[in-house]
Design a protein around this ligand. Structure first.
Ligand code: UT7
Length: 362
């Protein structure tokens, strides 16, 4: 039986920081409301394309694995904010990396995109179909934000992360997983006015809106992630006390506190960075995994539990048995181009566009 060792990891955070105080300059909100309801203090805004963030995190992950891109045979990219409908973003990353021998697939399961990708990639390695896979997860969600929606706009941010997985004889990597979808609640998170279900002949087309049932998502997220965590532990005959660290999807600190309570976990075993980046959807877990390694929170041979939840409503959990190596083999100096604007300047035109639209439709 083959396994899929995680041999490399990397993250990319765009430099422009949008604080809660920045948001309060143009919407009726406050640092107190956002921090107390979500734990979020600030988030990042991307100044380039999503594929640029994906490429930087990919190069950093490949350097950590000391792997030449030509050795990759598959790239899986989880995102709902791709550069274009066609070509897919995994192809853009493959070309920019020089990964000439890799198939390239985009996965859109929203926030669970990275976990879904890791599950699929791991199982393709287990079957022998692939040997060296790059799994990327990230989002350029500010691009699709409707800045007139204070209940949504304060929650999200831009980021990307990636891991390299390689065939191994050792039982390591993603050793158990459970993924699913509560499709009966598919419209609890919905981006409207973009996509082939929407007529291009109306003035509404491209004026993105969000249907967002925050409390419904909150309740379902806690229940589904807790259940998925129990399922993966049961698959390996382990209990929550065997877990060294939980690296969950970072949507809301209150969701993570409720999850920890439900599964009977000490809060200090839950990795949290939502205060710095907000909800970066498919980016949260690979970024958090990378930071957990950088901060020495993952032990050689330790068990890391991941749980995720997002639009669809897709859910999942995965248990990683980390290998002996917790440090990168080499470092990449890849980075984004410099950014000469503040986060508020980057989103200024979008804010105005929605304000003007609101006047027209009032
Ligand atoms: O990754 C998956 C996607 N993530 C999620 O879907 C997140 C899940 N849900 C949540 O995190 C929480 O439900 C929210 C953070 C979205 C909302 O927290 P809540 O405690 O459920 O607040 P609420 O929806 O009950 O809103 C309470 C009040 C409302 O005012 P009224 O009707 O009570 O007068 C809102 O209009 O807070 C108001 N409000 C705000 N006030 C200031 C909503 N957004 C804001 C805001 N600033 N940004």
């Amino acid at each position: 039986m083959k396994h899929a060792e995680i041999t490399g990891w990397g993250k990319c955070l765009p430099p422009a920081i949008l604080s809660n105080a920045d948001l309060a300059t143009f919407m009726d909100t406050s640092d107190e409301w956002i921090a107390s309801r979500t734990g979020i203090r600030e988030r990042r805004v991307c100044h380039c394309n999503f594929s640029d963030m994906a490429l930087v995190s990919a190069k950093r992950a490949l350097a950590a694995a000391d792997l030449d891109p030509s050795e990759l045979d598959l790239i899986l990219l989880g995102s709902l904010t791709n550069d274009s409908l066609c070509p897919n973003t995994a192809s853009l990353v493959a070309d920019a990396l020089g990964a000439r021998n890799a198939a390239a697939i985009d996965i859109n399961s929203a926030c669970t995109g990275f976990l879904y990708g890791l599950h699929i990639g791991t199982n393709l390695i287990r079957t022998g179909a692939h040997k060296k896979v790059l799994v990327i997860g990230g989002e350029f969600i500010s691009h699709y934000m409707n800045w007139s929606r204070r209940d949504v706009a304060v929650l999200f941010g831009d980021a990307c992360g990636a891991v390299v997985i390689e065939e191994s004889d050792e039982e390591t990597g993603l050793v158990a997983a459970s993924i699913g979808c509560e499709s009966d609640a598919k419209y609890a998170i919905q981006i409207t006015n973009l996509g082939s279900a929407y007529s291009r002949m109306t003035d509404d087309f491209l004026y993105i809106n969000w249907n967002f049932e925050g409390q419904e998502v909150f309740k379902r997220a806690v229940r589904a992630m807790a259940q998925a965590c129990e399922e993966v532990l049961e698959q390996k005959g382990l209990s929550i006390s065997d877990v060294n660290l939980v690296v969950p999807h970072q949507a809301n600190k209150r969701i993570l506190d409720a999850l920890a309570k439900k599964v009977g976990l000490d809060e200090d075993k839950v990795f949290i960075n939502v205060h710095k980046y907000g909800n970066t959807s498919a980016g949260t877990i690979p970024v958090a995994l990378t930071e957990a390694l950088e901060e020495g929170k993952i032990e050689p041979g330790g068990h890391v539990l991941m749980a995720s939840f997002g639009a669809g409503l897709t859910w999942g959990a995965g248990l990683i048995k980390w290998s002996d190596r917790i440090t990168p083999l080499t470092q990449s100096d890849a980075d984004l181009p410099p950014c000469n604007k503040t986060a508020l300047e980057l989103i200024e035109a979008q804010i105005k566009r929605y304000e003007e639209r609101a006047k027209v439709t009032a």
